[in-house]
Design a protein around this ligand. Structure first.
Ligand code: KIV
Ligand code: ZN
Length: 497
């Protein structure tokens, strides 16, 4: 089985994006996580670009033992000297040097000629070889470089000692078929290609970086340059997690990868947090919704057999939360599944009641959390044991009207209605209940709490009342705190008899 080398350039190509800069300590943290993830090569920076980059490459080289540490340079002797110096503590160091090879780069950016570019490329590789054995050459803008000329450049740098030849689609221009054909051309037409590894380095300007990288692999590339979360210049680089999971999912792509996929989500979160670049919710593999099934039909399918709507087991990329998201569109099966995970084994009748209440809450609240579910079960149990049931509640309150409540109760099968005023809607509702039940009770303690956060949250109410010297406790929960208060009061009242 051929091995695909994973070359991570989060700390170089992504880190140069405005706003994504990291300090040395943060870079070491990311590098250590990349090592746990199992990447083969870490591109740690461009040492000649700044003293900070130089220092980071030095410190990462000291901190990391397994992956090769790579430093970027232009095809310039001074850059190569600085990179070699920065890599002196690396257990395995690589210099990544290169130059532009497309007509845009040769004639416009570098004001040069194709032959001179080959000479400069060869000279840079030979110079880097004086310092390290492992020298990678990049042909910048190879995506827009003519194949025959690119093949000549590649042959020349391999003769000069390059161990890896990087074929970047710097501008993210290529179609997957074109990029694949370019790699195939080099594989088949460069006479000494067996002496080096071909690498891909794709940018995502047209959203094709992953597709191009996979096309590269299928046509002979054995190293892929990628970043966590696809961060990088402009629209970004190829994302590591997408390439790794594509190869892992497609058994016909029979390649060896040494990535510990269970570390993917953790790495994504670390990089997103430190680089202050939120991951879009629908981002493949690591987005918040990447494994979230919210439609009832999909949830039902996944509960019957995960593979109906999932090509990846979320646990394989380190996602341990349930992929069944509870929303107003969830069915009873999804609710039952969640309750079971929380340790509640409900009968069909209990489930029907809880489901009814769940739908009421889900209609009003976007995210139903575990805490919400526990509250629903507890408040349903309180309702169940209460011999006095709330049938209807209407309140009028605000800044201009006197708080008034109308309460309809079911007591032993008979219905009673009363209205009352109070100093607020809760007080008015409790006065109405007192006048129906004629109980002489005193509210001793009354506690309303929001469960989690957000103004759409479930409120839970604990009440303590006294009657003839004895204390009774009640509990209620609802997105409507007046309803929750009334339910907790009725729960306590019903315990008196
Ligand atoms: O996109 C690119 O061409 C690069 C090279 C410096 C490798 O990042
Ligand atoms: Zn790049």
């Amino acid at each position: 089985m051929d091995k695909i080398y994973i070359f991570d350039t989060t700390l170089r190509d992504a880190e140069q994006v405005p706003g994504c800069q990291l300090n040395t300590i943060e870079k070491i943290e990311v590098a250590r996580q990349l090592e746990r993830l199992g990447v083969d090569i870490i591109e740690a920076g461009f040492p000649a670009s700044s003293p900070g980059d130089f220092n980071s490459v030095v410190e990462i080289s000291k901190a990391i033992s397994n992956p090769t540490i790579c430093a970027l340079t232009r095809a310039v002797q001074k850059d190569i000297d600085v990179a070699a110096e920065a890599l002196k503590f690396a257990q395995r160091g690589r210099i990544h040097t290169g130059i532009g090879t497309s007509p845009y780069h040769i004639f416009e950016k570098l004001n040069s000629t194709p032959e001179e570019i080959i000479e400069r490329a060869v000279a840079a590789v030979k110079y880097a070889k004086r310092y390290v054995e492992d020298v990678e050459f990049y042909a910048e803008d190879a995506g827009r470089t003519d194949e025959e000329y690119l093949a000549r450049v590649v042959e020349a740098v391999i003769n000069a000692g390059a161990t890896v030849v990087n074929i970047p689609d710097t501008t993210g221009y290529c179609l997957p078929s074109e990029f694949g054909a370019k790699i195939a051309y080099l594989t088949n037409n460069v006479p000494n290609i067996d002496k080096a590894i071909i690498s891909t380095h794709c940018h995502n300007d047209l959203g094709m970086a992953t597709a191009n990288t996979i096309a590269g692999i299928m046509n002979g590339a054995r190293q892929v340059e990628v970043t966590i979360n696809g961060l990088g210049e402009r629209a970004g680089n190829t994302s590591l997690e997408e390439v790794v999971m594509t190869v892992a999912c497609h058994k016909n792509l029979d390649y060896q990868l040494d990535i510990n996929t269970r570390e993917i989500l953790k790495t994504s979160k670390l990089v997103s947090g430190l680089m202050r670049m939120p991951v879009q919710a629908n981002k493949a593999i690591v987005g918040r919704n990447a494994f979230a099934h919210s439609s009832g039909i999909h949830q039902d399918g996944v509960l019957k057999s995960r593979e109906t709507y999932e090509i990846i087991d979320p646990a394989d990329v380190g996602v341990d939360e349930s992929s069944i998201i509870l929303t107003a569109r969830s069915g009873r099966a999804a609710l039952k599944h969640h309750l079971k995970e929380l340790g509640y084994n409900t009968t069909d009748e209990e489930l029907t009641k809880i489901y009814q209440r769940f739908l009421e809450v889900a209609d009003k609240k976007k995210d139903i959390t575990t805490a919400d579910l526990e509250l629903l079960v507890d408040s349903e149990a309180a309702r169940h044991r209460s011999s006095i049931k709330l049938v209807d509640l209407q309140v009028v309150c605000g800044t201009t009207s006197m708080p008034t409540a109308t309460v309809k109760l079911d007591i032993g099968g008979d219905e009673f209605v009363e209205s009352a005023v109070g100093n607020g809607p809760v007080d008015a509702a409790i006065n109405a209940i007192k006048s129906i039940t004629k109980r002489r009770v005193r509210v001793e303690e009354f506690l309303i709490q929001a469960m989690t956060n957000g103004s759409d949250d479930l409120g839970k109410v604990h009440v303590q009342i006294s009657h003839k010297g004895k204390m009774y406790h009640g509990f209620g929960a609802s997105t409507d705190i007046v309803t929750a208060s009334v339910e907790s009061f009725l729960d306590a009242l019903s315990k008196i008899s």
